[in-house]
Design a protein around this ligand. Structure first.
Ligand code: F6R
Length: 245
């Protein structure tokens, strides 16, 4: 894993924005995998800035988001689709038909997960997958467990994860859906390159275990060690348990 440590969150967003921008410039029809969550918000703002100020164009790029809640429409303010519209899709020139999302309202959720895998494969796979990490080491909604599911699948969310997502639901964890759809660790590991981003001291322990620890389903992020092109973007607090400069 290639570690990149920055003094603060703002510098992480700057560097990661530039990293994504350079991949898009190099390959305008790139297939990007994208996360939601608090961590990438500043990076998405940076992409918007590069689009407005430097003419960075996403017109030929395609995107696949990692996950979505079950039972929420894309226009629900708590949905990940809504989040992405607000923080990225409405602010840059992505073509709506090249934005791919899991539909948490699909009549048959298993069929919907298979459809997503097929759509990813049809575009030749994800070139660059950006990932956040939960403080329990989850990636996408692949929660720590005895076993992990490789492909896109239907998941039951852990209580802690529902608490972490309460902000979009008026701060009330009880209003956070109990289920979600998520790319599997296999889907993620099939991407050409992976970038994991984490900021803040709350992530320090899971980052240390992700980078240095054994590969275990009890820490889904540890599976990233098995991919040959992983970059990890951290601020100092998130890197505080790693002995790196
Ligand atoms: C969201 C996702 C999650 C988040 C993780 C970290 O699409 O896949 O795994 O990346 O929960 O969330 P934040 O950034 O809010 O700490």
């Amino acid at each position: 894993m290639k570690l990149r440590v920055f003094d603060n969150e703002e510098l992480v967003a700057r560097a990661l924005g530039e990293r994504i921008a350079s991949a898009v410039r190099q390959r305008p029809n790139i297939v990007l995998g994208l996360p939601t969550g608090r961590t990438p918000i500043a990076t998405y703002a940076e992409l918007r800035r590069l689009h407005l100020e430097q003419g960075l164009s996403f017109a030929r790029a395609s995107t696949f988001n990692l996950d979505e809640f079950v039972g929420l429409h894309g226009r629900h303010p708590g949905s990940f689709r809504f989040f992405m519209q607000r923080h990225l899709f409405d602010t840059v020139d992505l073509a709506p038909e090249r934005i791919h999302f899991l539909d948490g309202m699909a009549a048959d959720l298993d069929v919907e997960c298979e459809r997503y895998e097929r759509d990813i494969a049809a575009l030749g796979g994800i070139d660059l997958q950006v990932l956040g990490i939960g403080s329990n080491g989850h990636i996408g909604f692949n929660e720590p467990a005895e076993e992990l599911v490789a492909n896109t699948h239907h998941v039951e969310l852990h209580e802690g994860t529902r608490r972490d997502n309460a902000a979009q639901f008026g701060g009330d964890p009880a209003r956070v859906p109990r289920e979600a759809l998520s790319m599997g660790m296999g889907t993620i590991l099939r991407a050409g390159a992976l970038i994991l981003v984490a900021t803040g001291e709350r992530k320090a322990r899971c980052i240390e275990r992700t980078v240095r620890g054994p590969v275990t389903t009890r820490l889904p992020a540890s599976f990233l060690q098995m991919h040959r092109a992983v970059e990890v973007y951290l601020d100092r607090p998130a890197a505080s348990l790693l002995a790196v400069e």
